[in-house]
Design a protein. Structure first.
Length: 458
């Protein structure tokens, strides 16, 4: 039930506000922050540029809001809104800004150019392209010095955005957005890695171009650790009157792992107590429920989805059992609720299982039918706290925040949320048709293999 007397939001910048602490965060999260010179596995290292006016302007979109939104069945709910950058409307902003800032520092330090190569379901690529364009506009690098090549599957096409990187012919040539025409979305990861493996050394030698395959967990954990620092500043758990659970729609749970890395730092320095570390609620969809299945298997349950026979009375597929961790009904047992969540068998499952075993939590899978059933209630309840939710859910292009709130309300209704816990919902993505200009035409280059990528990268 919504509470009209909720507190106003508290805003901040997850990067600029804690910039002086980032070296400490890096030291805590990264075993070796040094640059890697080998062109095939190149990394610029974790050195960051000085926080001058240009860098501060570049980081200005790394905003966050801590927004209490009322109660649901006795649980106080807070939205941690991470969608404030109008160039992305997703949490991928933070890590992308730091990745590009590290590339800028490498360019300044060595005089060499950097080309970031990144596979993406869509959102990460959009955010990296936004960060590169912001760096160019801020004068942090020249177009020939800082480049980005992103490779997305066809399933993510509707999420890709047109910007000056795609409309300006010179920038478009330097920063191609590639669209994989194969059937398996996750193949973009191996295809992009194969391109780097086969061509990075030649580009390094002949063109002075350092090619950076940026898909590494540490690249994201450092930025996402800022969520814990922000929480500690605006509403510290040690001072709270009730324990918390943090809920997050996940594919690989990079963001939630980053939060826990930041929390671990606070605890190791005595700023926060491990006794008040929040629990975690993982929310997934039917197409990639692997982290929830892994968590359930670790708890001794069957490591597979329950069967969903057709209910002829409703035309819906209804769960044959009564497991509260999985949807009661679905339009299609094989549905893809949101293509953003496309990772099977994520390597992060073990780490997340250990965190939940130690600090508490659970996992839940939601269906599109459940999200649609909750949608009018969520839109009315959240109101001004989440203005990007359109009246017509058919125009919603990013479902992660709706997934998270659906997972939370389902978990509470089904007794999966421990009574007396407050809930912090990580709002990691929300945008609709009216929030972006679609990327199409000359802005997209279709590729099927490494040879196609080679031809597209000039």
């Amino acid at each position: 039930m919504r509470n009209p007397t909720v507190s106003p939001p508290t805003s901040g910048n997850l990067l600029a506000d804690f910039y002086d602490r980032l070296p400490e965060v890096i030291a805590h999260c990264v075993p070796d922050p040094s640059p890697v010179a080998d062109p095939v596995v190149f990394s610029p290292g974790f050195a960051l540029p000085e926080l001058d006016d240009a860098v501060r302007s570049y980081l200005a979109v790394a905003t966050a809001q801590w927004q209490p939104v009322g109660e649901y069945r006795g649980h106080r709910i807070t939205l941690l809104d991470l969608t404030g950058n109008p160039g992305t409307h997703t949490t991928k902003t933070y890590a992308s800004l730091l990745i590009v800032a590290r590339a800028v520092e490498h360019i300044r330090r060595t005089g060499r150019s950097v080309m970031i190569v990144s596979p993406t379901s869509a959102n990460k690529g959009v955010a990296l392209r936004d960060a590169v364009l912001r760096a160019l506009d801020a004068g942090l690098a020249e177009p020939e010095q800082l480049r980005i090549v992103t490779l997305a599957p066809q399933t993510g096409r509707h999420k890709l955005r047109a910007t000056r990187l795609s409309t300006d012919p010179a920038l478009r040539a330097l920063n191609p957005q590639l669209l994989y025409t194969g059937k398996e979305p996750e193949a973009v990861k191996s295809l992009a890695r194969d391109y780097v493996r086969e061509h990075a050394a030649t580009l390094h030698r002949t063109r002075g171009l350092d090619v950076w395959f940026s898909l590494e967990l540490s690249n994201y954990m450092v930025a996402d650790a800022g969520r814990a620092l922000f929480e500690q500043r605006v509403d510290p758990t040690d001072a709270a009157d009730r324990p918390r659970v943090h809920a997050h729609a996940v594919s690989s749970a990079f963001g939630l792992l980053g939060y826990h890395a930041g929390r671990s730092l606070l605890e190791s320095t005595g700023v926060a107590s491990a006794a008040t570390r929040p629990a975690s609620l993982l929310v997934q969809h039917l197409a990639t429920p692997d982290m929830v299945l892994s968590l359930r298997a670790a708890a001794g349950s069957a490591p597979s989805l329950p069967p969903y026979p057709l209910d002829p009375a409703t035309g819906l597929f209804r769960q044959a059992g009564a497991d509260p961790h999985f949807p009661a009904v679905t339009y299609d047992p094989d549905e893809v609720l949101d293509a953003t969540f496309y990772t099977h068998r994520p390597v992060t499952s073990g780490a997340m299982n250990e965190i939940i075993t130690r600090f508490g939590g659970d996992g839940i899978v939601v269906s599109l039918a459940e999200c649609v059933a909750r949608y009018p209630y969520l839109r009315t309840w959240l109101g001004a706290a989440l203005p990007l939710l359109p009246a017509d859910f058919r125009t919603l292009r990013e479902w992660s925040t709706v997934m998270a709130f659906t997972g939370v309300t389902n978990a509470i209704d089904r007794g999966l949320a421990e009574p007396g816990r407050d809930v912090v919902v990580h709002g990691t993505g929300c945008y609709a048709d009216g929030n972006l200009e679609p990327l199409c035409g000359d802005g997209l280059v279709e590729v099927a293999d490494v040879a196609d990528i080679t031809a597209a990268v000039r």
